[in-house]
Design a protein around this ligand. Structure first.
Ligand SMILES: [Zn+2]
Length: 281
């Protein structure tokens, strides 16, 4: 039997995968699509919320376990980590980072690869470095893919969405990082997005997945989302920019990361079988 279609996320820190892909995974896994995630670091430099039970020494193991639990919440079992250090990815050997990503792609053979947009969404240098490495690794992976045609997307937050979240923050009394910083994350121009996924049906599930990152519970973004039902505003939609194949003018906007592989119901298998076989699942 052919392997199911696979969507892989490549990110820098535990919880990046949940902000970006929890909604899509929650929608796609029940349709037979497989998720896989590679995270460069174990979030060693991250916050430690009171009551999370972690210490600075145990934080890497705790955050690894949190990410596995978050992904289990949306049906993703394949979760791997690189041995890079949180906050030091930018200064790490880019070749080693690219090799780490490329090996993961070769092992998992994803049909769709997702990483953050080149600005790193929050301008975190680790994010920017991981995107650069993923671009290079995807280039090598796609060149060797032969008949298959893997696709590459950036996850990002549109300017309008980021402005909306910040407004929500001010209305709810939470000061969000980067608000007064001219280089703070203010989003990607709305017209660059090519794929908008309606995740409203799984928004609560995505929020539950985020809550698995218990050590991060004191982060202002988490506290904002946990205030009343603000999580709805963030997790009702996920937006992506298709990089490969490059969109052409007039291409209709996509509504799913796997739209190009046909159909939206039943078990979806990787391309190679005729469409009528795929439709039968
Ligand atoms: Zn991050």
């Amino acid at each position: 039997m052919a392997r199911p279609l696979t969507v892989a996320g490549i990110f820098a820190h535990p919880d990046d995968e949940t902000w970006s892909l929890a909604g899509s995974f929650a929608l796609l896994v029940p349709k037979g699509i497989r998720g896989a995630v590679w995270t460069a670091t174990r979030g060693q430099a991250g916050q430690i919320a009171e009551g999370s039970g972690a210490t600075r020494e145990t934080l890497p193991q705790v955050r690894e376990a949190e990410e596995r639990a978050a992904m289990a919440e949306v049906g993703v079992e394949r979760v791997e980590f690189g041995d890079f250090v949180d906050g030091e990815v930018e200064g790490a050997d880019l070749n080693a980072l690219t090799t780490g990503v490329h090996r993961f792609l070769e092992r998992e053979q994803p049909d769709v690869v997702v990483t953050m947009e080149p600005g790193g969404v929050t301008t975190h240098p680790d994010h920017v470095a991981v995107t650069a490495a993923t671009q290079a690794a995807f280039g090598a992976y796609v060149a060797a893919a032969g008949e298959r045609a893997p696709r590459f997307y950036y996850w990002g937050v549109p300017v309008s969405g980021m402005a909306g979240w910040r407004q929500l923050g001010r209305a709810s009394g939470y000061k969000l990082p980067g608000e007064d910083d001219p280089y703070g994350g203010f989003g990607t121009p709305d017209d660059q997005f090519t794929c908008t996924v309606d995740t409203s049906a799984v928004a609560e599930q995505a929020w539950r997945a985020l809550c698995r990152h218990r050590t991060q519970a004191d982060d202002p973004w988490y506290r904002l989302l946990g205030h009343q039902d603000n999580w709805r505003a963030v997790f009702t939609r996920s937006q992506f920019i298709r990089v490969h194949p490059a969109p052409r003018p007039g291409d209709p906007p996509e509504t799913s990361l796997v739209e190009a592989f046909g159909g939206s119901g039943g078990l979806m298998e990787r391309s190679g079988s005729p469409p009528e076989d795929r439709a039968n699942g």
